[in-house]
Structures are given as C-alpha cells and as structure tokens.
Write a protein that binds this ligand. Structure first.
Ligand SMILES: [Zn+2]
Length: 277
C-alpha cells in the first residue's frame, strides 16, 4: 500500500505525460473511452463510492459493470487510479435527448442539474474527471483521506491547468445529477476548507518551477493564460516576462519558456500556440 503524504515528503517523481498519477496504485479498468472527444477538462467531480475500497476496485475494473472512475481515495490515504486522465472514465454519464438532459437508463427528465458547465448533446464523461471516496455518504472523511484527496487535486491541476472554483470546476456528483445522485458525495465533505487549501497551498512541482523562475527574475502567475497553458503542457520554466510582437498587422503576446515559445493573438487567449524551434 502506498501513502501519498510520505511519498511526497520524500520527493514525488515528476508527473509523466501519460495521465497516470505517480503516487497512485495503477489498477487498469477496461471501462473507458479513449481521449476526451476533443474537449478540454472542465471540472473534477467528487463521489462517494458507497463501499469498502477493495469491493469498489473490483466493481470499477469489472468489464461487465459498465462503470468506472479515474480514481478512488481510501480512508487510509491510499490512492488507486483506474483510467488515465487523458481518457474518459464512466462515472458522470447523462444522456441528452430532444433538447433536455435525461436520467440514464430511464425516460425521466433530469430536473435540477445545477452545474452550468454541461454541454448539450455531449456526455459529461468526456469533459470531467472523477474521484471516488471510500465509505458511505454519511461518513466524515478521515484526515488521511482529506490530505490524499487534496494532493490528488493538486496533481490534476498541475497536469491540466484547471483552476478550482466550487460549483464550477470542482463539483459534487449531485450537482450533475441531483435526481438520483443527490447524496453523492454526502453532507460531510469539507468543500470550503478544500477550496481554501487548494488555492493557498501550491504543489511541490509548482513550488519548484516558481523557485527556478525566480532565478531568472520571473514571477510565476498561474492565472495568466500563457503561463497556465505552458504549465499544463510541460514547457519547463518561464525565462522572460510576456512581450508583444506583431505579425501581418496583428498584435501578439508571447513568452519564452525553456522548452518553447508560447503566444496568442492579443485578446484571443483561448487560442494559444507554441513553437518549439
Ligand atoms: Zn457519484
């Protein structure tokens, strides 16, 4: 069994580009779709597994179960990963028919999905990641579970550039499906504490990159679009501040990173480019 906190204290290995978390035990599930159908990850959804860890692992890796998740966090702080975060697990599925979201496997309309991030006609499994938590919905998370969940969310942030906001990019399953998942993950999850810790505690990887950037006199502003893109794409460390240049009459904003130059047309930061020389 691996414990997240002790491995991080010893210095976690650098996250690889594979989408598999270096401090999670890998138990591959066959229940996933390859890739995200061209979508960016919009949110991480937290669940309660309604069961003990090993039973849940058996269920989520069973090809006949038609269900999975990316991760489960156990009460002892152990993390198990079933599906690469570069692929789509099957935990948040809804169906969209005739202009409305329906409850899967039924013909009932889903009233009260409060998440505004749903994309009509696209299964949310394609643009969300899922973390299960061992236990039942009335449980209070153990401190080890709380810490492991936090470190896992930080790792996901490091990989995807996703910045966490409650009800927007960090959700309860009940916010997607309030009809038959209204108790997922349950009333005792400490959302406010979690979001405060996530925004105040940078991960070890980010701290190292910020320290390196400071050697070049550059501050690391993770909210800046170019920085967020470069970090999510593993482009090393920033070597310059942002600068402007022009091309065919258009103004661009660029920044040099150790593994490439990132740039976008000024004001069009939803389309960021990278040149690696
Ligand atoms: Zn759930």
């Amino acid at each position: 069994m691996r414990r997240v906190d002790s491995r991080l204290a010893a210095g976690a290995p650098a996250p690889g580009p594979t989408g598999w978390c270096p401090f999670a035990e890998k138990r591959v599930s066959p229940n996933f779709w390859s890739g995200h159908a061209g979508h960016r990850i919009k949110a991480v959804v937290l669940h309660v597994a309604q069961g003990e860890k090993n039973a849940v692992i058996n269920r989520l890796t069973n090809p006949k179960s038609d269900t999975s998740a990316h991760f489960i966090v156990a009460k002892d702080g152990g993390v198990t990963q079933f599906v690469s975060i570069n692929d789509s697990s099957w935990a948040n599925g809804l169906v969209y028919q005739n202009g409305q979201w329906m409850i899967p496997g039924s013909n009932r309309v889903l009233a009260g999905a409060t998440w505004t991030g749903l994309i009509p006609d696209v299964n949310p499994n394609y643009y969300t990641l899922s973390i299960e938590h061992e236990g039942v919905y009335t449980d209070k998370w153990t401190p080890a579970m709380y810490n492991a969940n936090l470190q896992l969310l930080q790792w996901i942030h490091d990989q995807t550039g996703l910045n966490y906001r409650l009800h927007d990019t960090l959700l309860a399953h009940s916010e997607l499906n309030s009809a038959n998942r209204k108790n997922c993950p349950g009333p005792n999850v400490e959302w406010d504490r979690m979001i405060q810790d996530l925004t105040q505690l940078p991960s070890l990887a980010r701290t190292a990159i910020a320290a390196a950037a400071s050697k070049f006199g550059i501050g690391l502003d993770e909210k800046a679009a170019l920085t967020s893109f470069a970090l999510a794409n593993g482009l090393g460390i920033p070597l310059t501040e942002e600068f402007a240049f022009s091309y065919q009459g258009d103004r661009y904003i660029g920044q040099v990173w150790s593994l490439g130059v990132v740039y976008a047309k000024d004001g069009e930061f939803e389309h960021i480019f990278v040149s690696t020389g």
